[in-house]
Ligand binder design. Structure first.
Ligand code: DAH
Length: 350
């Protein structure tokens, strides 16, 4: 490295040390790697050098650039992890010393939350679907507008079986089968498709307090003529207010998922402060809960439904996360632990 690039590297590392959150990291990233950033300026400087020097200097600058962007990526992961851990630590805790109810037996907290959601959605006219845990690549990805080699696949480190099938990484994998099952009733009899499908999902995750390789989601879809984002907001708001037994406000932020367009992240008003702002919601008044969106025309087409005539919404509720929020479970691994002493203390009114 030259004196100048060494100096830049040291200054960058100093700056990186001072970064406390993702917004701060973005500023440093732009400062070094942005269009008018320090490293980009070095590249521009190279123009005036002769061919041999240009080659040497080019190599040095490229090395620097790689080091800086790797350091930014590492820091991003570190900050993200710290943010999730902080959120979990702020949740209301459950009392591990509560006597276990071993004699009577009890439902698992995820079963409780799942059944509660099912009851609410059934009362709103949704069917509850059952689906396999082993699915095809077409079901889990291709029918959802995620072709082979699409970068969106990287987000879901998948367990493939020797026969080419896979353990489903998301309950969205059932969407195609649901559309096919109900499309004739939709088209011929005008019956809207309203279905939820809870299920176990698998991803190759390094486990920690907030990541597990096995977790539960609940997918929901509604397809009919003239379905809009307002329908989505209405159903989510009603369901969540029932689950948490209080009036929940919801808001949508843009989010990207290949099978919906537009896609959103749905936030709910903070359960602790009701939206005024408190440490649990980092004073924003909101908690991120559920990705959702308007079903992509290609996905409807793959399900045999004409997107010119019908529209719909879909959501993927993290049941595991919902159970953690509802019961104040701070470590996701407790849910798969088989530790009856802690698992059996959650009972429902039923
Ligand atoms: N399947 C997505 C995941 O596991 C979650 C999701 C996002 C489901 C948007 C949806 C949706 O139905 O509309 O990451």
């Amino acid at each position: 490295m030259t004196d100048k690039t060494l100096q830049i590297k040291q200054e960058f590392l100093e700056n990186l040390k001072g970064v406390k959150d993702i917004a701060g990291l973005e500023t440093v990233k732009v400062q070094y790697l942005g269009k008018n950033g320090v490293i980009t300026a070095l590249m521009k400087d190279m123009k005036s050098l002769d061919a041999e020097k240009k080659k040497q200097f080019g190599q040095i600058v490229n090395e620097l650039k790689t080091e800086v962007s790797n350091a930014v990526t590492d820091k991003f992961e570190e900050l993200k992890k710290a943010a999730v851990e902080a959120e979990i630590n702020l949740m209301e805790d459950f009392d591990v010393s509560t006597p276990a109810n071993l004699e009577r037996g009890s439902y698992h907290p995820i079963t409780l939350v799942q059944r509660e959601c099912e009851k609410i959605f059934k009362s709103m006219g949704f069917t509850v679907e059952d689906y396999s845990e082993i699915v095809t690549d077409y079901e889990c990805f291709e029918s959802l507008n995620i072709p082979k080699h699409h970068p969106a696949r990287d987000m879901q480190d998948t367990y493939y079986l020797e026969n080419g099938q896979l353990l489903k990484t998301q309950t969205s994998a059932a969407q195609n089968a649901i559309y096919r099952k109900y499309k004739d009733a939709l088209i011929n009899e005008g019956k809207p498709i309203k279905a939820i499908f809870p299920g176990r999902c698998f991803r190759n995750e390094a486990t920690d307090a907030c990541h597990e390789n096995t977790f539960f989601q609940m997918e929901g879809v509604m397809v009919d003529k003239n379905i809009s984002i307002s329908n989505l907001i209405f159903f989510m708001k009603t369901m969540l207010s029932e689950v948490f037994r209080k009036d929940i406000k919801v808001r949508l932020r843009p989010g990207f998922f290949p099978f919906v367009e537009p896609g959103f992240e749905l936030d709910i008003s903070c359960l602790i402060c009701g939206g005024d702002g408190c440490p649990s919601c980092k004073h924003s008044g909101w908690l991120e809960l559920c990705p959702c969106g308007m079903i992509h025309p290609e996905v409807l087409k793959a399900g045999g439904i004409d997107p010119e005539e019908y529209t719909g919404f879909a959501f993927g509720l993290g049941l595991t996360r919902l159970a953690m929020m509802k019961y104040g479970v701070k470590d996701i691994r407790d849910l798969n632990s088989g530790n009856l002493k802690s698992l059996s203390q959650f009972t429902d009114d039923e």
